[in-house]
Design a protein around this ligand. Sequence first.
Ligand code: IMP
Ligand code: MG
Length: 182
Amino acid sequence: MGASKGCMAEIQEILFDEQAIAGKVRELAARISHDYAGKELVLIGILKGAVMFAADLMRCISLPVTVEFIQAASYGNGTISSRDVAVNKEIHTDIKGKHVLLIDTIIDTGETMNCLMKKLSGKGPVSIKGVALLDKKCRRTVEVPVAYWGFEVPDQFVVGYGMDHAEQYRNLPYIATVKTTE
Ligand code: IMP
Ligand code: MG
């Protein structure tokens, strides 16, 4: 179904359905709204994987915020992480003197968030923290200052809610594991 030959995958098990995701998003947004009250907050979603999470999260945050997106590429079409994180799309908002919250749906090795935080720190924000819906803790190679975590997931490749396998499945409203035949 669209996935290229040699990189096939099929849905295995639904880990989090729409209701579970929405509940966790509301919970994280409530904590963020409390912690950043009265501060100038810039939300930066990491494309493309964080597009749904960022969209849902910002709608639940009860503060005036600025929204940005940055694009990093650490994965190709498969499931193997590469440490070489490139910035494909920069932000255009001036984050100097502001509080930044970097949004990703999943933290695996931590390299992507770590690298983007280092790059963004150079632009002079007052603080820079992360929020991630999923924590694939067992795969971490570098610690990341993520202040808000959603769910912990096992060392299995997951898709849906913005996350892909070979650019497929991003549109699924739930999060599921895939069986890959790479
Ligand atoms: P990290 O740099 O290894 O932490 O990887 C983070 C990025 O890899 C995320 O932004 C995702 O795009 C992607 N990624 C990591 N694990 C998965 C997964 O299980 N499914 C889909 N994408 C993943
Ligand atoms: Mg990907």
